[in-house]
Ligand binder design. Sequence first.
Ligand SMILES: Nc1nc2c(ncn2[C@@H]2O[C@H](COP(=O)(O)OP(=O)(O)O)[C@@H](O)[C@H]2O)c(=O)[nH]1
Ligand SMILES: [Mg+2]
Length: 711
Amino acid sequence: MPEFDTSHVKNIVLLGHAGSGKTTLAECMLFEAGLITRKGSIAERNTTGDYHELEQERGNSIFSKLLHTKWRGYKINIIDTPGYDDFSGEVISALRVADTGVMLINAVMGVEVGTDIIWEYTEQFKTPMIFGVNKLDDDNADFEKAVREAKSHFGSNVVVVQYPRQTGAGFHEIIDVLRMTMYHFKDNGGKPEKMAIPEEEKAKAEELHKELIEAIASNDETLMEKYFDKGELDEDEMKNGLKKAMINHDLFPLFCLSAERNMGSGRLMGFIDNVCPSANEMPPQTTQKGDALPCDANGPACIFIYKTISEPHVGELSFFKVYSGTIKSGMELENETTGVTEKITQLFLVEGNKRTPINELVAGDIGATLKLKNTHVNNTLHIKGKNYELPPIVFPAPNMTVAIETLKKGEEEKLSQALHQLREEDPTLLVEVSSELKQTLIHCQGDMHLAVAKWKIEHQHKLEVKFTKPRIAYRETIRKMADANYRHKKQSGGAGQFGEVYMRIEPWYEGMPEPADLNVRGRDTHELEWGGRLVFYNCIVGGAIDARFLPSVLKGVMEKMHNGPLTGSYARDIRVCVYDGKMHPVDSNDISFKIAGLQAFRQAFQQADPQILEPIYQLDVLCPDDLTGAVMGDLQSRRAIVEGIDSEGHFQKVIAKVPLAEMDGYSSSLRSITQGRAKFKMAFAGYEPVPFDLQRKLIDEYSKTAKEEFA
Ligand SMILES: Nc1nc2c(ncn2[C@@H]2O[C@H](COP(=O)(O)OP(=O)(O)O)[C@@H](O)[C@H]2O)c(=O)[nH]1
Ligand SMILES: [Mg+2]
């Protein structure tokens, strides 16, 4: 028998801006439940959550951590998450499997940008949410302001369940307006003493109690009737009403905490046990095919992998949630995504970096197994004979790209293995080996994310690397029509070479008319793998060149399209008409016509008002109102075109088009201009001509480095 059945398992995710106290609160929850005998702290670098060497070095969370606690007959799985937007992939995957979010608000700071950003994700998942106003022991804490801001940012559905009698050093009492009780804590927190609400607080407590009841009743007709009849709801009615409203994302109860002084976490856990939904009280998960998969321990076994780690002192683990059935060690499961059968040899309960073997896990629970060979994040595994596939976690697109290389030569293969491993653990980090740019690129979320990748490569893979600027994938094209002819002739001993080609080139565009003065005898359209087209016309009259030489001419043109005449970049959107030429009865051959084709094309290109194109990105920057000026000023220095400003929630959204070449280091520079209060998204928009000066500069740089292909 499992120790906890499905309805006694609660999955919560701790959320909030960095520094709001999530990791400290998790530590309280473990300590209060007696799972750890000493409460660790961030200052002493010994919390259960922030066990990773790098987290202890930096003093804040970077990875999401699975922990669990037991409170009054319930198991609470806790996923502690990092607060910085660079690590939002960890938050999103945690939200995918959690059934309730606990959002901490720092009572000193109020609602911060991280709170807002994370809130957006919780809205996508419609996760039932609780607020915890933390750090009420701080002398600068302002509870009323935190509540005001929470209501203004997240709506009047934020309802106060508790308020502090006093904040700052004197924070010892929490007044609970659901239970109409006061909790009094000793200096070092722990189990509070329950007391009657003192006379001078009664009016305020009554008023908040009424507000809470009305909020609950207004979301439920039956309760509304009862409330009208009796003028009151009892505790069970309130709990049930709250549970329903939380599941529907209609009410967000707010609690009081001092995680540092260990006050308030017991009551919060009691509320999680009794009011927050278990997985089987949430709407059933639907498969990709649209079938509902009820969260039932007796159903067919089905799990979803939400995270993988590979750490020296912890091992290689895959974390999963059981969506249906009961998973037992030794079970064989089919991976719907990769098609392989995997044996679950060991199941674990996880406590930060400690793992305890267990025999089984029921539907709704979260646990880990030794990393399965062909199983990755986002895979669904199920018993034989089913075809369940659960919707994948959609990770955020990258915001920043750098090129990476090893300091020592000959370690390329080791680097590629290290990057493969990094990618396996972190789906928000993308690796691209670009044959065009001849660079290995890392696409990531921001500079902090990159620093973590570098740390892992250096410490876990023992490789020294450096990051460099990624080259820009320029394109070349032409802006007017030009003609050229080229005769290739070589007659030095042995067999000679001869080929002559006349060619016209023009900018190609959709729907362009056929050439009026040429006799078109054949046409090929080549969709170029790097974008755009090459359209190749045979307009030869009177058999001036044999048709069998035309593929060689095309080959020569294509070679130059690959390696554009201006900067060696790919060329695009050109129509080539070959309309005349000469052959030699003996010396003409494929190579001669390829060379003639290439050189004629190169000459024509230079005459055709050639233009370098650069990649342009659509950029959206979200920032608070007071920062739009600074954000736009900075964008102007990057050749950006600001297209408008919109408001989005509590943010202003600056919308711009900006050349990729100007976006190097944008992540850190935006962070420093806005003190981390802004975020941005970028997406490729298209190619645009570079300004004249830049074109000159690029051509000069290229001509210094380019070697002539033909002596
Ligand atoms: N005064 C006070 N400090 C706290 C409280 N909770 C956390 N802290 C401190 O705030 C800092 C950030 O806490 P941490 O748990 O790492 O926050 P996280 O980034 O949300 O995980 C640490 O220095 C904690 O010691 C609290 O209730 N009161
Ligand atoms: Mg933390």
